[in-house]
Design a binder for this molecule. Structure first.
Ligand code: MN3
Length: 383
């Protein structure tokens, strides 16, 4: 029997959360102590009955009250609100916390977990984008590991194993290019929500899918990689790879390149992060090379998808600028999904927020949270 892994999941009803529970079902050596969701009472109740965690949280107070009544016959204690997320991320039995929530709301529960010496299976990229300088420092202090769950970062993490960090020349982050690869700005004028939600290779939540189409997601991943692997953004190259088979690569000083390949399936990076350094069997989905007569690579079109450039400049200057980039995007995507702004305006408003807001270097958590609010205000004020 493999060593038991005790975990807690924040964001257990979303795309990464539900796939994490599939990994739990597959591995047999993972015990779940905490679960959380934003508002999905039905699914969280189902998960509580199946995995019997010690604690659970529904962020929305009214929904949490409903859940408390529904699961009163179980031993699970139900919390609510943002503080409830911290109860789930710091539950004493868990050694690893899977941070699968979307958005900046993942930052504080992650920090609290690190302070309890927990390892972080990091699926919430906003944690490092907004608070990378604080989180990486705390991990050193509390001897916590950051284990990437994002498929690209997991690929880089795997490609770094057994090699010296000082021998790395650069990181090559692959991007699918999203549903609008090859399109011009003029052609993107009338893009609808339905168009933007059609991702060619990956099945993900709505926010991430839209971010993939604008390359905002890749921009966030560049900043995430900067903190995870301690490299300058200028040493991170984005390469469009339509097939999503090569999940990312590391190029060393001797020009040797190590990559990780496979069909797009989040269960591998999730399982690797939890079971690291072991590689447990996974059923199905073996890559058949003969089905691919070629794998293609291209430069990203940063003229059309200039949010990627904005991310590079935010990652380079640091401070609160990556938070402004991220939060302006969160607000813009929300407005786009409600039909209040056009598709191309998403990138425009991010640029506008970055221009209007003055940077602060080495921000505190409080300054990060204020920058988050200010960026959203700039976006909403445009209406
Ligand atoms: Mn990714």
């Amino acid at each position: 029997m493999d060593k038991i892994h005790n975990i807690s999941i924040i964001g257990s009803t979303g795309s990464i959360g539900t796939q994490t529970l599939e990994v739990v079902d597959n591995c047999k050596n993972i015990r779940v102590w905490g679960l959380s969701a934003y508002s999905d009472v039905d699914l969280l109740e189902e998960q509580i009955r199946k995995y019997k965690p010690k604690v659970a949280c529904l962020v929305r107070e009214d929904k949490a009250e409903e859940l408390r009544i529904r699961v009163a016959d179980t031993g699970t204690k139900i919390y609510s609100g943002e503080s409830g997320l911290c109860e789930v991320s710091t539950v004493s039995e868990a050694e690893t916390v899977v941070t699968a929530v979307v958005g900046i709301s993942g930052l504080i529960p992650t920090i609290e977990a690190i302070k309890q010496h927990k390892n972080i299976a990091l699926a919430n990229k906003e944690t490092l984008v907004t608070g990378g300088h604080i989180v990486t420092q705390l991990c050193k202090e509390y001897n916590s590991k950051l284990l990437p769950v994002d498929s690209e970062h997991s690929a880089i993490f795997q490609s770094l194993e057994g090699n010296r960090r000082e021998d790395v020349k650069r990181i090559i982050l692959t991007a699918s290019g999203g549903p609008f690869f090859g399109k011009t700005r003029a052609e993107l004028e009338n893009v609808t929500l339905q168009d933007a939600l059609k991702h060619p290779n990956w099945s993900m939540g709505a926010k991430v899918t839209i971010d993939s189409s604008t390359l905002v997601n890749k921009g966030l991943e560049v900043i995430e990689a900067k903190w995870l692997f301690g490299v300058d953004v200028s040493d991170i190259k984005v390469l469009v790879h339509r097939e999503s088979i090569v999940h990312s690569m590391v190029e060393y000083k001797d020009n040797g390149i190590i990559a990780q390949l496979g069909y797009p399936d989040m269960k591998l990076p999730i399982q690797y992060a939890i079971e690291y350094p072991k590689r447990l069997p996974m059923s199905g989905n073996e890559l058949d090379f003969t089905k691919y007569s070629k794998l293609t690579f291209a430069e990203p079109d940063t003229k059309t998808f200039y949010a990627l450039e904005l991310a590079y400049s935010a990652g380079k200057v640091g401070g609160i600028m990556p938070t402004v980039f991220n939060s302006a995007d969160e607000a813009a995507v929300e407005l786009f999904m409600k039909g209040k702004i056009r598709y191309l305006e998403i990138s425009e408003v991010i640029g506008e927020a970055m221009e209007k807001i003055k940077n602060i270097q080495n921000p505190s958590i409080k300054e990060i949270m204020e920058a988050d609010k200010e960026a959203r205000r700039v976006v909403y004020n445009r209406l």
